[in-house]
Write a protein that binds this ligand. Structure first.
Ligand SMILES: Nc1ncnc2c1ncn2[C@@H]1O[C@H](COP(=O)(O)OP(=O)(O)O)[C@@H](O)[C@H]1O
Ligand SMILES: [Mg+2]
Length: 294
């Protein structure tokens, strides 16, 4: 994939992609290109297809039509240049592990295609813990870490093996606004420092506003990729939501409203309830087939 827009190398290219789950069309016919070292906020209502698109980019779901290229090759599972933080993170129930052991867990096969072992593997774990500022968590049991600290460890895991592309599926769910802001700032800083392409999905635009380069908004089988100014508009979002949407800007924040409802916020609160219902338990069933990790 040679070029994208302003002479950048393309990281992800979709050409005429159609994605289906069962009989449901998630993407009807999407063509788009994401450049190297772009930070893309992936938005859309619950069920719009954010997770499904990430799974397709990972090669876990084959498009019914069209092509997906990732870092210059067809999407294929087990690409060590792609780091993934799945939305369903129930498997973190192994609370007796230390932070170091948890991050090192990816070395023995949780992520496919990572041939790092022995001393090099240990050095790699130390390196990624340093990158996310979590060296102090290395010896602590996961049981004693906060939600924000665990999020750092999950992020460290995705950085093992020096990926060129990170797919982070709803890293902000169940974090309070303060921790949300620090996760976004950390990902942005790492993305710039390491020149990684990042797809960061979220229900709500506002926590990502200061960090993202472009928005990829999904809805009703369509994908709109562009600047906030181009995509977060009444005509585009009305099409994607299939409802009359009004975009309200207030004090540096942007609200996506349908009548008197903030559609992004409503979806987020619904999801947080879901997450809380499972908090505090250590059972690690998956929450649906399309949420299973790699
Ligand atoms: N086998 C299936 N058949 C039909 N629809 C499905 C199937 N599996 C999942 N879905 C639906 O596909 C939609 C896409 O979900 P998902 O990609 O998880 O969206 P998001 O991550 O944006 O919330 C959801 O509405 C989900 O219920
Ligand atoms: Mg999802």
């Amino acid at each position: 994939m040679p070029c994208h827009g302003s002479n950048r190398v393309t990281s992800i290219a979709l050409q005429g992609v159609r994605l289906k789950l069962g009989t449901r069309v998630i993407l009807a016919d999407a063509s788009l290109a994401i450049g190297e070292a772009e930070f893309i906020g992936v938005l859309g209502a619950n069920g719009a297809g954010k997770t499904t698109l990430m799974r397709a980019i990972l090669g876990l779901l084959r498009p019914e039509r069209g092509r997906i290229e990732v870092l210059g090759s067809p999407a294929a599972r087990g690409n060590p240049a792609v780091g993934y933080m799945p939305q369903s993170r129930a498997a973190i129930g192994a609370l007796r592990l230390t932070g170091w052991e948890f991050v090192a867990g990816v070395l023995d096969g949780h992520r496919l295609g990572l041939p790092i072992a022995g001393r090099a593997g240990r050095a790699e774990v130390d390196r990624v813990l340093d990158l996310v500022g979590a060296r102090a968590l290395a010896r602590r049991p996961l049981a004693e870490t906060s939600g924000g600290e665990r999020q750092r460890l999950l992020l460290a895991q995705t950085l093992i093996g020096r990926p060129r592309l990170l797919l982070l599926d709803e890293p902000l769910i169940s974090l309070d606004p303060h921790h949300q802001a620090s996760v976004v700032a950390l990902v942005r800083a790492l993305q710039r420092e390491l020149r990684i392409t990042v797809l960061f999905s979220a229900h709500e635009l506002n926590p990502l506003l200061g960090a993202l380069d472009r928005v990829l908004y999904l809805g009703r089988g369509e994908a709109a990729l562009g600047s906030v100014e181009a995509v977060i508009t009444a005509p585009v979002l009305s099409r994607l939501y299939g409802a009359e949407i009004e975009v309200v800007r207030l004090g540096g924040r942007i609200f996506v409203m349908s009548g008197s409802h903030d559609v992004e916020r409503d979806a987020h609160q619904h999801d947080q309830h879901d997450t809380h219902a499972h908090d505090g338990h250590t059972h690690d069933h998956t929450h649906g087939e399309h949420d299973a990790g790699v």
